[in-house]
Ligand binder design. Sequence first.
Ligand SMILES: [Cu+2]
Length: 101
Amino acid sequence: MKYITALVALVLLTAAAPKPALVIHLSDFSFKPASATVSVGDTVEFINDDSYPHTVTAAGGAFDSGNLDEHASWSYTFKKAGTYALTCSYHPNMKGMLTVR
Ligand SMILES: [Cu+2]
């Protein structure tokens, strides 16, 4: 019974999570892809593939994932059009560009 309950909860959680329009990997100290375009309302998922912690931080402070450990993921839904320069607060050399229109 416990197993069934857990399974139902998992299915519900999966259904509730918006399907990402785009997945950006944090890999080898870079954003992959390094630049991309999505639409307003789209959810972008960021996945840390590195063995080091990263963050997904917008220049100007529009959003910040906080610490993402190895294999951690973080999703953000873009509600405003704009061009967002991405970096990692631990590794300022990591640069990405996301256009939302
Ligand atoms: Cu980093």
